[in-house]
Ligand binder design. Sequence first.
Ligand code: FNR
Length: 183
Amino acid sequence: MAKIVLISGSLRRDSVNTAAVATARRLLEQDSHETGTLTVGELPFYHFDVEEADSSAAVREARALVASADAVVISTPSYNGEAPGVLKNALDWLSRPYGRSALSGKTVALLSASPGPRGGADAQPALREVLRRSGAALVEHEPVAIGNAVELRGQDGEFTDPEVLAVLQSLLKATVVAVAAQA
Ligand code: FNR
């Protein structure tokens, strides 16, 4: 079984991306995988002096959490065609110190969600490039972008729509297969 860390790129209480990672967590735990959560809003703004002094416990914990995982699953909103700064900030922290990225060689699956019809897909290319430069091994899968996500979300804050569940299952299966291939 794999250990998989889930990251939502949104801080919003009713976030559809947080709903997507909550759904992914449930699907993974149903299959007996271990999960963890990295809350990007708990990290300070990236600051070289803080990095050099290793003075942020939140950053140390985030790095250790990701380092301990077999894979990471990220769900991002699109803010003007890119991932929110708070998610980019977290990935910048994980990529440091130079040469010791916690994402180096890490299996990473990416998806996006939005209330609009395109599901925030336009945020994915730039985020893939950030992940690639951070050393991540991106899961090969057709882009997963959950459109009209507010309508598709169930009352309990998770997705119950069969098509959404099928595409999430497919991405998670590809993630677990990629982890197994690396072992
Ligand atoms: C947005 N939103 C948005 N949506 C989209 O599909 N394309 C876009 O370019 C943008 N741009 C954008 C910029 C900024 C600054 C904000 C705050 C929002 C809307 C966005 O998709 C919506 O707020 C989602 O609900 C955000 O995801 P969460 O928070 O529900 O996960």
